[in-house]
Design a protein around this ligand. Sequence first.
Ligand code: MG
Ligand code: MG
Length: 261
Amino acid sequence: MIFLKTDEELELMWEANQLVGKTLGELAKHVAPGVSTLRLNSVAETFIRDHGASPAFLGYKGFPASICTSVNDQVVHGIPSEKVVLKEGDVISIDCGTKWKGFTGDSAYTFCVGEVSIEVMRLLKATKKALYMGISQAVEGKRVGDISHAVQSFCESKGFTVVRELIGHGIGRDMHEDPDVPNFGHSGSGDKLRNGMCICIEPMINQGRRNVVFEKDGWTVRTKDRKYSAHYEHCIAIRPEGPRILSSFKFVEDVLGNKAI
Ligand code: MG
Ligand code: MG
């Protein structure tokens, strides 16, 4: 069932998602060679709680941390660990969620650790661009498949592949609500987009083949061919005037400056 949000609820969704954006901005200050992903988790959890919210991921279906930290060939759902220490040339996808006054924020950004290869930078730029191409289709009266098709066709035209096993989603009081928002599909298919819908669009795009494996820790998803993967996510509200991005990369980009993706 799709829950349409009132104007008041959308403001709370905006607040929850802005805090995710600010948390990602705080994390941007800490992503560097020598830093463990557990340290990043601690930075995020402290920041979220200091702002009076709680980390939406902690305990969600048993997830043991406040953010997902997925390095290099890890696609999503990596578990922060003191054993995972970032090094020059890595990429790290950080997915972050908040609970605020009963509503949920959810957004993700893939960061470079120092300098990365030109090919990896191309993957990151294409994945981020695909997110915005998807958002451009998040228009009242269009269908979910219009978003899916925009993401897929752009990424594949650049020679990258779209993960099938994980998809975007509706969001609201719960982190995962209807409808499903796949990153692949046909224009004109799927649920119709209506005023007040909130959805997360989150392309998970691979450098090599699209196939993934699920690690024995029960969470981490990585590419089968061990090539790199990227993940950018925004939370969007469908509004009569067009898509409203509730989350924000501004705080990350303020920190990264001209090193932003
Ligand atoms: Mg997310
Ligand atoms: Mg999500």
